[in-house]
Design a protein around this ligand. Structure first.
Ligand code: SF4
Length: 322
């Protein structure tokens, strides 16, 4: 019997490339920092969960997802997105192959243990086959403040394409981001405290309570954007080889760290540290005070994800293709 396979998630590899210390805290020690500013994050998560539930209802062959407990605001955001975008997108799909289901792609690297396989786990919000024969990896990106991404710098999206391409070698593959503003079309812009709805029109008031002006409202074009990412084979090969190298390096570093301190080094990018959820744990570790008591104060311990049985027995892509 072969040894249990190693599974690396795409976010683990990404974190590893960004900062070894963060990768150690997040994926070796399995710590989840206790952060207070989760409002925007949980709003996005709620949207994802509700969209997942809705998609599973619309495709009879998909495993049904239980209806999540989400706010009316989230339901409204989704319904609005469906009216303006989702219905048209749905009509262009031939079949949804998976919703929030991880796919596992074999990485052709050696671990030093005979017969041990290594997989990359990529989790898409959705994978579908469109009516023109493309396999599409699809992710929602909700946002509060707009900042247009540079698609040419989206290396992670290209690695997702490369992973999908290995599962579907006979199909053209693309990746799509569906950007959804956390304000629906028709809702007013500006500070919620200064806004009042009067006979169907939004008005902006100042602190003294004086009506200032009619509020502008968000338009559909300002609330939704589909970003389509394709890549040529050379780009995909380069990024796939880089992924193989990073995964190999991670395996080696893991082994070296058993006997050598300092293997999980910190980034010197102060900008990255400023935005890092792990900074309190990282500081405590620098002072050598990251003991069990500190960990319990600053973080929650995650349980590792189970390796799927099918993976232990052989290759599986985790999709519902029948
Ligand atoms: S604070 Fe900086 S060095 Fe520490 S884990 Fe975060 S990114 Fe890495």
């Amino acid at each position: 019997m072969n040894p249990e396979p190693l599974v690396f998630s795409m976010s683990q590899i990404k974190t590893y490339v960004e900062c070894k210390k963060r990768a150690q805290l997040a994926y070796e020690m399995l710590l989840q920092p206790n952060v207070s500013d989760e409002a925007a994050m949980s709003k996005g998560t709620a949207f994802h969960k509700y969209a997942q539930y809705q998609t599973s209802q619309r495709w009879p062959h998909l495993e049904k997802v239980e209806k999540p407990e989400v706010s009316e605001e989230t339901v409204g955001l989704y319904d609005s997105w469906w009216e303006h975008r989702g219905r048209t997108q749905h009509d262009a799909k031939k079949r949804v192959l998976g919703v929030e289901k991880p796919i596992y792609t074999l990485l052709n690297i050696k671990t030093g243990i005979l017969g041990q396989a290594v997989y990359l786990r990529c989790t898409f919000d959705e994978i579908y086959l469109d009516k023109e024969g493309w396999i599409v990896g699809f992710d929602y990106k909700t946002y509060k403040v707009d900042s247009s991404p540079d698609v040419d710098l989206d290396f992670q999206g290209r690695i997702y394409i490369a992973a999908l391409q290995r599962l579907f070698p006979d199909y053209p593959v693309r990746f799509e981001y569906e950007r959804v503003r956390q304000s629906a079309p028709g809702t007013p812009r500006g500070n919620a405290q200064g806004l009042r709805l009067e006979e169907g029109t939004w008005w902006t008031y100042n602190k003294a309570g004086d009506k200032r002006k009619r509020s502008e409202i968000w338009t559909p074009a300002e609330c939704y954007e589909t970003i389509i990412l394709t890549a040529d084979q050379d780009e995909l090969d380069v990024l796939w080889n880089e992924t193989l190298f990073n995964a190999t390096e991670l395996i080696v570093r893991r082994r070296v760290s058993e006997t050598t301190p300092g293997a999980w080094g910190r980034t010197t990018d102060k900008f990255a540290c400023g935005f890092c959820y792990f900074k309190a744990l990282c500081k405590a570790d620098l002072k050598n005070t990251l003991d069990d008591q500190t960990i319990d104060l600053l973080a929650t311990r995650r349980t590792p994800l189970e390796t799927p049985e099918e993976l232990k027995e052989g290759c599986s892509d985790g999709l519902q293709q029948t």
